[in-house]
Design a protein around this ligand. Structure first.
Ligand code: RB5
Length: 151
C-alpha cells in the first residue's frame, strides 16, 4: 500500500528523516509528495496534494508542518479525509482504531524525532476497530453530504 508523505518547509527535515529510516520491507511504500527543499511553501498546497492522493487510492498519509495545525485544518477540508494531529503513539493508535484516521499529522516544532518516528510506526501498524465506531464515522460522512446539499 502507498503511504503518501508531505511537508512544508518547517516539516521538511522530519520528513527527510522518516524517508531515510523507512524500512523498505514493510507493506507500506512511502511516496514523497514534497516539499523538496527548505524554501518557504504554503502548507495548504501540500495538504491538498497528499489528501487527494490518499482519497483516490484509499491509502494512508503523513503530513508535517511546524505545529501540525495548518496541515490538519487544510487536509480535513477534503471529503473523506480524517486527518489526526498526534504527538505520541497512543493518540496515533486510537486515531486509527476509533476514528479511522487516514492521515497522521505531525508538528515538527512540537515533537522530537524519535517520538515522531514511533508515532508513525504505531499509526501505520494500527487498524480501524469498526463496531460501535462505524456509525460515528458514517455520521461524519453524512455531515459532508449535508454540507454539499446546503450549497
Ligand atoms: C510555517 O512557518 C508554519 O506556519 C507552518 O509550518 C505550520 O506550523 C502552520 O500551521
Amino acid at each position: 500500500m502507498n503511504l503518501y508523505i508531505g511537508s512544508d518547509h518547517a516539516g521538511y527535515r522530519l520528513k527527510q528523516k522518516i524517508l531515510a529510516v523507512w524500512d523498505t520491507e514493510t507493506d507500506f511504500k512511502l511516496v514523497d509528495c514534497g516539499t523538496f527543499d527548505e524554501s518557504s511553501v504554503d502548507y495548504p498546497d501540500i495538504a491538498f496534494k497528499v489528501a487527494e492522493r490518499v482519497k483516490a487510492d484509499s491509502a494512508l498519509g503523513i503530513l508535517i508542518c511546524g505545529t501540525g495545525l495548518g496541515m490538519s485544518i487544510a487536509a480535513n477540508k477534503v471529503d473523506g479525509i480524517r486527518a489526526a494531529l498526534c504527538s505520541e503513539p497512543l493518540s496515533a493508535r486510537l486515531a486509527r482504531e476509533h476514528n479511522d484516521a487516514n492521515i497522521l499529522v505531525l508538528g515538527a516544532r512540537i515533537i522530537g524525532t524519535l517520538l515522531a518516528l514511533e508515532t508513525v510506526r504505531v499509526f501505520v501498524n494500527s487498524g480501524f476497530a469498526g463496531d460501535r465506531h462505524e456509525k460515528r464515522i458514517e455520521k461524519i460522512a453524512c455531515i459532508e453530504i449535508m454540507m454539499k446539499q446546503g450549497e
